[in-house]
Ligand binder design. Structure first.
Ligand SMILES: CCCCCCCC/C=C\CCCCCCCC(=O)N[C@@H](COP(=O)(O)O)[C@H](O)/C=C/CCCCCCCCCCCCC
Length: 219
């Protein structure tokens, strides 16, 4: 039997798809499902990849972290990784996290997720800026402002410099909206209006959990 043809749409970014993943992230009890969290990030990386090779170093880092978390989701202890809450409890109870300096667990779920969690704050700020932006505003400035208010404080000088250079080649607002693959600018703004509060809620729940467990500075 002939192999099924690859879906040519598969690598195209869809903001709606990302939105759906973040919607599915939250359980009734406000637990965060890791599978959907990771799938939201996979969708976002598609967007990044469509922007060109300048963003390759960022994409590579994000994909590396997504792969680590997917490894846990598919591994022997997958049930312990169903939600972020379960993962934190399991890894802490079993001393699977390097708490003060890098040691035997440099790729723990907790520290890996923390890196994406910090990036989620950048995303929330950036998408909100995009949502309320005027036609003439530059995506590069919006992106840099969001980065400087959030993720940059966790990055060394060389990463901040490289990120700053990459932001300069971001497409303008109109082209950026087209890559989002949602429809007209009004539709983009409307989907962003739905996406930002969802992303914000997922971020806040994770932030509170990590703060309670004193995990916000994991090496
Ligand atoms: C909805 C459509 C519009 C927005 C779409 C945005 C798509 C963004 C997709 C992915 C974002 C990248 C997430 C980056 C995760 C970075 C994690 C991190 O901080 N890693 C650093 C620390 O890791 P460890 O060394 O401790 O393991 C690592 O050093 C970072 C290296 C790469 C540089 C990261 C720069 C991040 C800049 C923010 C993203 C800009 C994307 C712009 C595209 C609009």
């Amino acid at each position: 039997m002939a192999a099924p043809e690859a879906d040519p749409q598969d690598h195209r970014f869809s903001l709606q798809e990302v939105l759906d993943s973040f919607k599915l992230c939250l359980s009734e009890n406000k637990e965060v499902y890791l599978e959907h969290y990771v799938s939201g990030w996979r969708g976002l990386v598609k967007f990044l990849n469509s922007l060109g090779s300048v963003f390759g170093f960022i994409s590579k880092d994000a994909v590396g972290k997504i792969n680590i978390l997917e490894g846990y989701l598919e591994g022997d202890n997958s049930s312990q990784y169903a939600t972020i809450q379960l993962m934190v409890k399991y890894e802490l109870d079993n001393q699977l996290v390097d708490l003060t300096k890098r040691g035997n667990h440099p790729e723990s779920g907790c520290r890996t997720l923390l890196r994406l969690h910090r990036a989620l704050r950048w995303l929330e700020l950036f998408l909100e800026r995009l949502r309320v932006s005027g036609q003439d505003e530059k995506t590069s400035v919006m992106c840099a402002d969001a980065y400087n208010q959030s993720l940059s404080q966790h990055h060394p000088w060389v990463v901040r410099k490289a990120a700053g250079l990459a932001f300069c080649v971001l497409p303008g607002r109109e082209a950026f909206f087209q890559v989002m693959n949602v429809g007209s600018a009004e539709q983009v703004v409307s989907v962003l209006g739905e996406a930002v509060p969802l992303i914000s809620e997922v971020y806040q729940i994770t932030e509170t959990l990590y703060a309670e467990q004193q995990l916000l500075q994991l090496p």
